[in-house]
Design a protein around this ligand. Sequence first.
Ligand code: 13P
Length: 242
Amino acid sequence: MNKKTIIANWKMNKSLAKSINFAKNLIKNYYETDNNIVICPSSICIHDVLKIFSDTNISVGAQNCFWADRGAYTGEISAEMLHEIGVEYVILGHSERRTYLSETNEIINKKILNSLENNLKVILCIGEKTRQNNNINSIFTDIEECLKSVPKNSFNDIIVAYEPVWAIGSGVSLDPENANIICENIQEFVENKYDFCNIKTIYGGSLNPENSKNFLNQPKIDGILVGNASLDLNKFIKIISK
Ligand code: 13P
């Protein structure tokens, strides 16, 4: 099996004490896997978590960043700042930010361009809102708008996270075979549109220790983005273990 990327999106759930505790226990209980593991804590916890993982092959990601390097942007954190402290990944375009903070594809595009310039790997989230709305063309439009002006040599640093919005936090996931087809469609779209083969595509939405292997075994699914189940150490260890 190819190396897969397993990403934990802790969202706004773990305090500093809880983040540190989880990170230390993950290392203690963790046995090597060939997969890439990425933990995305809240921004105020990133620095401490990075220090704990410094001698491991576990990477750290941010859940957001701003589109400029620095300036009068009260409350924001830049990709440049994240990269300086050792962050490798940033989640952009998550549906919760689109919903609660009105992030548009235009805003996400500016964040993506700046993150790539600052050598962060981008986890771009896209996905249909309702189960009925399974129009793949709306996903292609989102990808096109979010990736506007991205240079071809940066596509290696982009992971497209297909997260059907209805599956997030609902306890109902898409079935793995259909998720595999959508990931394949996304790869084909990117190949035709940008002449870039095999862009990394991952799935997210109501993953748990029971269903995650079925997704990881799909040929076109390069990894998974886990919300709720990544908050529980035992569940997460089951997910990342072979
Ligand atoms: P859940 O795994 O809780 O459904 O969340 C998925 C998600 O939004 C990851 O970014």
